[in-house]
Design a protein around this ligand. Structure first.
Ligand code: 5GP
Ligand code: MN
Length: 337
């Protein structure tokens, strides 16, 4: 049930606030959360960021990251803080299943839930929020929240700017996806004015691979890439043994699916990973090919038109088979010029 509350007025007095984001936070999830964290803290609120799981090493420098709690490492403390919060910000997700073990804890918490998100198909758990599926990143919406909703654009510090820049940069593929509008570039210009060191952020995010990660990428491209020319589709799969052999850690597979999509003529790319509990899928496409529909109908997932994810409890071979069996349904759109 939705509860009315005027957020700007509500935030004029110090509040207990939790910020959470989706499982396995990416640059936008963590960047938007920490950006909002710095702003709320600067305004005298008692703020705790709680993420459902660990996050990639290449984000392990973001300002404020040491103040964030990882739910799986401190479940009891996290539950207490969530239960006591006046306000729970839910960033970069719109379905509580995306916060895994925190799902019921947040659902049953009495705090007012404010969602800031840019994915399609919201579940509707929130009391209020900023939802815009045309936005390139949750960090763009956090900028809008601070700048417009709160009328506090002058309070954007270098730390806030750094976090929001990271979120927008990672979710737009360094400002090259279709979601990169003139507004995005104007926001980015403003964030640089506020102190985001753009070159340094690029360096930290993209030039921080370990030697073993690079060798793992080489292995995957050489041995696990399959192109299906009749459907202009490419897929990369990774077995449990591959993950073990290369000591693959959170973040190591980030961006791998984009290599499959970078092949000339390929319009749909999949990355299928045989994780311990389930098989995780990442889909990317160009043009009107609806990754989100494919994920929603076949892999219990969703996301954006051109970038979606999902999962399955079937074994790896079955998931690959299911993925291939879907392609004929999209033949026309996959093969049109
Ligand atoms: P990725 O492939 O990078 O994990 O995710 C791509 C996009 O799909 C992201 O916007 C992400 O939030 C969304 N996504 C990833 N996995 C899932 C999932 O299991 N369910 C839903 N609904 N969305 C997902
Ligand atoms: Mn996002």
């Amino acid at each position: 049930m939705q509860r009315e509350l005027e957020i700007k007025k509500f935030l004029t007095k110090p509040k207990k606030i939790v910020i959470t984001t989706h499982f396995k936070p990416d640059g936008d999830a963590l960047g938007s959360s920490l950006g909002l964290y710095h702003w709320l803290k600067g305004n005298g609120h008692d703020v705790q960021v709680i993420v459902p799981s660990d996050y990639p090493q290449f984000l392990d420098w973001l300002p404020g990251k040491d103040d964030a709690l990882i739910y799986t490492q401190a479940p009891t403390r996290s539950q207490e803080i969530i239960a006591e919060a006046d306000l729970i910000f839910c960033l970069d997700f719109n379905n509580l299943s995306r916060i895994n073990a925190m799902q019921e804890v947040v659902r049953s918490a009495p705090g007012y839930k404010y969602m800031i998100d840019h994915h399609l198909d919201p579940e509707g758990f929130e009391d209020d929020g900023l939802w815009d599926p045309a936005a390139a990143a949750a960090a763009q919406l956090v900028f809008r929240f601070i700048n417009t909703t709160m009328d506090a654009g002058a309070q954007i510090t270098a730390d806030i700017a750094t976090c929001l820049y990271t979120g927008i940069m990672t979710d737009t593929g360094s400002f090259r996806f279709r979601s990169t509008t003139a507004e995005i570039h104007l926001i980015i210009a403003r964030l640089i004015e506020c102190g985001a060191k753009n070159w340094e952020i690029h360096e930290k995010i993209y030039n921080s691979s370990s030697e073993s990660r690079l060798k793992f990428l080489g292995f995957a491209l050489l041995n696990r890439l399959e192109v299906i020319p009749e459907y202009n589709t490419a897929l990369i799969y990774l077995t449990k043994q591959d993950l073990a052999q290369f000591n693959v850690i959170t973040g190591d597979t980030e961006g791998l699916v984009n290599y499959a999509l970078s092949i000339k003529g390929v319009r749909l790319a999949a990355l299928i990973i045989d994780r311990i509990e389930l098989r995780k899928l990442s889909l990317r496409s160009i043009g009107d090919i609806p990754c989100n529909e494919i994920c929603k109908n076949n892999f219990n997932g969703g996301g954006h038109l051109n970038a979606s994810g999902g999962s399955s409890h079937d074994d790896l071979e079955s998931v690959i088979r299911t993925f291939k069996s879907v392609l004929p349904d999209y033949k026309e759109i996959l093969t049109k010029n």
